[in-house]
Design a protein around this ligand. Sequence first.
Ligand SMILES: NC(=O)c1ccc[n+]([C@@H]2O[C@H](COP(=O)([O-])OP(=O)(O)OC[C@H]3O[C@@H](n4cnc5c(N)ncnc54)[C@H](OP(=O)(O)O)[C@@H]3O)[C@@H](O)[C@H]2O)c1
Length: 211
Amino acid sequence: MTTAVIGTGGIGSVIARELASGGETLRLASADTKSARMLAAEIGRAAVVAVDNDDALRGADAVVLALRFAVLKGVIDEIADALTGKLVVVPSNPVGIDAQGNVPRLLPEGQSSGGVVAGWLPAGARLAMAFGTMSADLSESSSHRSPEPAVLFYVTDDDRAGQEVERLIRTAGFEPVKAGGIKQSGRLEVGGDLHDLVVGPAEARSLIGAG
Ligand SMILES: NC(=O)c1ccc[n+]([C@@H]2O[C@H](COP(=O)([O-])OP(=O)(O)OC[C@H]3O[C@@H](n4cnc5c(N)ncnc54)[C@H](OP(=O)(O)O)[C@@H]3O)[C@@H](O)[C@H]2O)c1
């Protein structure tokens, strides 16, 4: 199947490599296409570079928006028509980065990214928050772990999105575990109790219940 990855920086490039390693075909887009072109050259035949963000969605079954939170709404508005009927996977954490390297939270206390992103999407887009719980390095080193696979947590309000994102998570070399609906997305974010954890399925399920 085919997934569009819009944003081929720190986390988008790792997600794309992981998906390609599991046999997914990719359509890549970035701000000026340079990083997308470099990544496509590295991945090989499984990846093509889209002309622009809209083109990335052409023929894709799903899209991963691997974008910084501050640019996410602008890109969603740009490609809104193409998002209808698609699985939309968002790994973004609601943080910025300042000149000193600090990572200030961009949303008020109590507001999590999932609810905000859901409000930006057009009707008919199926949202799952996933692939943003581990740092890029940790994700890369935990993919295809054996003998016990590492878990990637996700949240969604949509059963079909859940099935679709579980397929992508398995393709990327992880075991999917649902942490709840979109209201629970704060648990997955930077500062959340399920963020930056590398655990197996049994521990993951006990953590879900404990939250
Ligand atoms: N990096 C991590 O370890 C990590 C882990 C988990 C979650 N996250 C979250 O994932 C999100 C992305 O983080 P990142 O570290 O991957 O950021 P990043 O390295 O800055 O990459 C951002 C990507 O977005 C692309 N981009 C920017 N504006 C665009 C536009 N208008 N249209 C299309 N593409 C655009 C950039 O294109 P260019 O390449 O052309 O500049 C770049 O490829 C953040 O919200 C972060 O919190 C990151």
